[in-house]
Design a protein around this ligand. Structure first.
Ligand SMILES: [Zn+2]
Length: 435
């Protein structure tokens, strides 16, 4: 009985230290442990009289947290609160400002502590300091998403690691018939809302998701992703799908775009890409507030000045997307353009996006962007009378009206791999038909 009380005591201490959402798991594991231990006791009972008091030594693996031994640290876990900063969190745990400054300076090229996002979990591993017996943080772990995390270890020297949890995937199939709306019907089937977003991306040029009809349906083969083999993270890769839109079946198969096999795209059953060359607009939401016009009178200048762009008005902060794959060739500020980005798509076409409030993280001159990637956010920097993006389109060095231009046909699958592709998709077609 004493043993049981002792165990409970430890267990209760655990509860204090550990976040709610992993508590369930701990309770579950602890209950199993307790049960095992209790049944173990009962089995031992008849033997205890005769047996020698020497206990069997069982070498238990040391429990770890983010690969640090749990028993060597005081563990504190929480989520980033509004107005929390790296410095605020660490100073709250008695780390002197001089140390915090040293850490942020040392790691700034690898990890910008300003990027902590409200709501994301963090873990602090502390140890008692020999000087004044205060527990001080030694390791800070920030989880930017359910899979990836960053370890800032300042036990001795200051080091940063970007790591990811072990991910497990389970291949799944699903069929959803549109009854109310894509999102609602997906939710009713207890499927991840990310499925709707992914399908939206795959079929952006094929299916008008704003005008789905009752009875339209889709079937899909995809991966469900788990971490630690039990925590559901969401949808992984979508391998194949068929969208019954009206009376037509639209197939999509994920396949490498060329023989190098590093980039993937979705193609139909004949090997044509499901994407057009350019998106019609650099925004998902918003409206055209001013078209390309060679004779526009601009109040600001008090004269006629051709408007060589198309203005899309949208609230400040609306994400701006690259309208096609390409390379960023300019990221700059001028008094007229404000913050702007220019992307070169190929030898013929370039696009430019003006008046951004800010650039997207990780976008630099030389960045390779894919169609739909977020490159910045709507603003009104430069000469702008309201929040909008001025979208400019170059063809062979001349600014043209993107709404009038005839787009070149999108690239089909590489002819070198087409035969293999047509063979490979047969198994998916059969599988989709069976769902
Ligand atoms: Zn404009």
């Amino acid at each position: 009985m004493f043993k049981f009380a002792f165990f409970s005591l430890i267990f209760v201490r655990y509860l204090h230290m550990i976040k709610l959402d992993i508590m369930k798991k701990i309770i579950f594991n602890s209950t199993i442990l307790m049960l095992l231990w209790l049944t173990g006791c009962q089995q031992n009972k008849p033997k205890t009289v005769a047996q020698s008091p020497i206990k069997k030594q069982i070498s238990k693996p040391i429990a770890k947290i983010f690969s640090y031994p749990k028993n060597q640290y005081i563990i504190s876990q929480d989520t980033i609160a509004p107005y929390d900063t790296f410095g605020k969190i660490l100073s709250h745990f008695h780390l002197p400002y001089s140390s915090i400054y040293r850490i942020t300076e040392k790691i700034k090229d690898t990890f910008d502590v300003k990027n902590l996002k409200v709501g994301r979990p963090y873990t602090l591993l502390s140890q008692k300091d020999s000087l004044d017996s205060l527990a001080r943080p030694k390791i800070f772990i920030y989880e930017q998403d359910p899979v990836h995390y960053t370890v800032i270890d300042f036990q001795d020297s200051i080091r940063v690691y970007h790591k990811s949890k072990k991910v497990f995937t389970h291949r799944k199939t699903a069929k959803v018939v549109i009854n109310k709306s894509l999102y609602q019907d997906i939710a009713d089937e207890h499927l991840s809302p990310k499925l709707a977003m992914e399908l939206n991306n795959i079929y952006a040029w094929t299916v008008d998701f704003f005008h789905l009809n009752k009875g339209d349906s889709f079937k899909v083969i995809y991966d469900d992703v788990y971490i630690d083999d039990s925590v559901y993270v969401g949808i992984g890769t979508i391998y194949a799908s068929v969208f019954k839109y009206g009376d037509k079946d639209f197939y999509a198969f994920r396949y490498p775009t060329d023989t190098i096999g590093k980039q993937f795209d979705y193609f139909d059953e004949t090997g044509r890409t499901l994407r057009k060359q350019f998106l019609k607009a650099p925004l998902k939401f918003g409206h055209i507030s001013s078209r390309y016009n060679l004779h526009r009178y601009i109040k600001y200048y008090g004269r006629i000045k051709p408007h060589l762009g198309t203005d899309f008005a949208a609230p400040i902060g609306t994400p701006i997307m690259a309208t096609a794959n390409g390379v960023v060739i300019k990221k700059a500020y001028t008094s007229g353009n404000g913050n702007y980005i220019k992307i070169r798509h190929n030898g013929t076409f370039s696009t430019q996006y003006l008046h951004m409030s800010k650039f997207a993280k990780g976008i630099h001159v030389g960045s390779i962007v894919k169609q739909g990637d977020i490159i910045g956010y709507v603003g009104m920097t430069g000469h702008a009378s309201g929040p909008h993006v001025c979208y400019r389109f170059w063809e062979n060095g001349q600014q043209v009206d993107p709404l009038k231009i005839k787009m070149p046909p999108a690239k089909p699958i590489d002819p070198k791999i087409k035969d293999q592709y047509l063979k490979d998709i047969q198994k998916y077609i059969k599988q989709l038909d069976r769902i």
